[in-house]
Design a protein around this ligand. Sequence first.
Ligand code: SF4
Length: 269
Amino acid sequence: MTSVVSEPSPFRPRHLSPSSASTFRQCPRRWKLKYIEKLPDPKGEAAVLGTFVHQILEDLLSLESDKRSIDAAKNIARELWDQIPDDEDFRVLSLSDTDAKGFMWKAWRLIEQYFAIEDPTQVDVVRAEQRLAAEIGGVPFFGIVDLTEQVSDGVRVVDYKTGKAPNSRFVEDKLSQVWLYAAALAEEDVEVSEVRLMYLTSGTIDRPIDSKAVNQAVNSHRQTWDHLCEAIDTQKFPHKTGPLCNWCPYLEHCPEGALEAERRYGPRN
Ligand code: SF4
């Protein structure tokens, strides 16, 4: 009797990033609409602002350490601002002149808050915006690390956040991203000694390296990968309604999500 070897579906992604895993855990149907059907998922203003601020910080930290002044950050911000009309994500926001100015001021306030949190001249940069592709826990992982820096007892992984800091109940969940980066960096023989989430609105969340937390993050990523592969192979992507449906870009493709949003927030205009 010939045994049947099941071939992996050609739709399996080449890798799983923390944000893709998070989308799948939030709602498998949303993941399918975004990653398989490739329906547009325009970035909102907060995400475009985050990208803009990240770029300013990346350019600032790529300067020689003694040149990383607030004036240097201003010049970088001005140059990037001049280019922003060409940015597709920014154009889609269709901001009025007043709102565009407000956007710029919000970005600049975040940069000022960054300077209040740390002195960039003291940051010993190892790599900024490092693209990481590695197999961790049997999963093809991909992620972009905002910053690795040399600290007294090793290397610190930093992820900048432009949104609000999480409620204390969700902090460990938010840290899973930097634990995954630590696991991926270990595959490149970089031993991480600590991780940091830097919320520009409020300060940092720091942890020393914790192998148990790293293993938990890797196992959870593995579980998400297994569930994702199963969903792809069986073509079953159940909807998972919840409070975030109201902000889902696929509401018009998802009757259950539309009902949920209406139940929670009333009819949409
Ligand atoms: S509207 Fe809600 S249930 Fe529907 S795809 Fe979006 S997140 Fe999932």
